[in-house]
Design a protein around this ligand. Structure first.
Ligand SMILES: *[C@@H]1O[C@H](CO)[C@@H](O)[C@H](O)[C@H]1NC(C)=O
Ligand SMILES: *[C@@H]1O[C@H](CO)[C@@H](O)[C@H](O)[C@H]1NC(C)=O
Ligand SMILES: *[C@@H]1O[C@H](CO)[C@@H](O)[C@H](O)[C@H]1NC(C)=O
Ligand SMILES: *[C@@H]1O[C@H](CO)[C@@H](O)[C@H](O)[C@H]1NC(C)=O
Length: 334
């Protein structure tokens, strides 16, 4: 006797014991099939919902989304800058902005070239912060602000706002730097190196990361899921702590930004845009000059670097003072 028929009869008997009226073994057989089918479907559904939503389509940025709340006072057409420094900043970082305005951001002319430092901000939901930043912008005229929510994971929107601003309002700038509020930037040395390099288009430089892998641990600040970024490797990019590019790159990156899957890691996102444009980040100097981490200060060291990270506002003021007073210091033996 086939096993199925046997078990069907057992099931039918069981059903009868349970007081379920089943008139014949065929009905019981059909009922079991239904139960098994339901369990199977339920199992598949459970599996589906417990896994990552791999069917989720990639997100794309909308180019030029949102509106500008503040624009800085700079006429790039009349007086084209050699270098525009765009500093990502947040509402709470007033002390950092003030320190930058008194140090490397104060520079308006370096080696006879125009430079200008501007701050990038989004919108806060706190009215007092919005009022304060409007006031600050009126006073210093160095703020670019749009109406997206100013949170860490909107850093890509903040950077792209900078690209959009250059593309629309300052395409005359020869070079653009994107950096952060907790950085030391040696604008003079950077200008020297850019002039020496003499590459004015399809140029992108900074601290190059060539073999970075997406972090798949959910606990990490830089976690990226497989649905956000399915590939195993990132294209080459430059650390978001400070990168510099020729003017054409701003327009080119802005142009492709809505056809590259969105990533909340702004430096990687820009790297993805560069890969699409077939622009490879390159070294500015044979020696390391970009430091995405902190460094111990010394006059001779800081004269020959472009960036250094994790600099507190009060330290920045001290370092700058020491550098300004050290013009005659002899560093050649270092
Ligand atoms: C980024 O800004 C947009 C626009 O204001 C907002 O809808 C979104 O929630 C913000 N992102 C995060 C991670 O908060
Ligand atoms: C810079 O490059 C241009 C061509 O791209 C060349 O004509 C010029 O002489 C170079 N200048 C210096 C100082 O090397
Ligand atoms: C923007 O992209 C389009 C095609 O994607 C291209 O035709 C156009 O030349 C690009 N513009 C710039 C400024 O790169
Ligand atoms: C700087 O130091 C070098 C070697 O230590 C020395 O030869 C040179 O004369 C010094 N220059 C000045 C201006 O002190």
């Amino acid at each position: 006797m086939p096993v199925a028929a046997l078990s069907t009869r057992n099931e039918a008997e069981k059903s009868r014991e349970l007081g379920v009226a089943i008139s014949n073994p065929y009905m019981a057989f059909m009922k079991m099939r239904l139960v098994y089918a339901s369990i199977l479907i339920l199992g598949v559904l459970c599996l589906y919902f417990s896994m990552e939503p791999f069917e989720e389509p990639p997100r794309f940025l909308k180019k030029g989304q949102g509106k500008f709340l503040q624009l800085p006072d700079i006429d790039c057409k009349q007086k084209p800058p050699f270098l525009v420094l765009l500093v990502t900043s947040s509402h709470k970082q007033l002390a950092a902005r003030m320190a930058i305005r008194k140090t490397w951001g104060r520079e308006t002319e370096v080696r006879g070239r125009r430079v200008k430092t501007l701050f990038l901000l989004g919108a806060s939901d706190k009215t007092y912060e919005m009022n304060a930043i409007a006031q600050e912008g009126k006073q210093h005229r160095d703020i670019i602000q749009k109406d997206f929510k100013d949170v860490y994971f909107n850093l890509t929107l903040k950077t792209m706002m900078g690209m959009e601003w250059v593309h629309h309002f300052c395409p005359q700038a020869a070079f653009v730097m994107k950096t952060d509020s907790d950085m030391f930037v040696n604008v003079g040395y950077l200008t020297d190196l850019l002039l020496k390099k003499n590459k004015t288009s399809r140029f992108f430089t900074g601290y190059i990361k060539s073999n970075e892998l997406p972090i798949r641990q959910k606990s990490s600040k830089w976690f990226v899921s497989k649905s956000e970024y399915p590939q195993d490797k990132y294209p080459p990019f430059c650390s978001g702590t400070g990168y510099i590019f020729s003017r054409d790159v701003a327009s080119k990156v802005y142009n492709v930004s809505d056809s590259v899957p969105f990533l909340k890691l702004e430096d990687v996102f820009v790297g993805l845009c560069l890969a699409k444009l077939k622009i490879r980040p390159e070294e500015l100097h044979t020696k390391q000059t970009f430091f995405p981490d902190s460094l111990r200060f010394s006059v001779c060291l800081f004269q020959k670097i472009v960036t250094c990270h994790h600099v507190m506002p009060q330290d920045l003021l001290i370092y700058w003072q020491l550098l300004e007073n050290s013009q005659e210091q002899n560093c050649s033996s270092v």
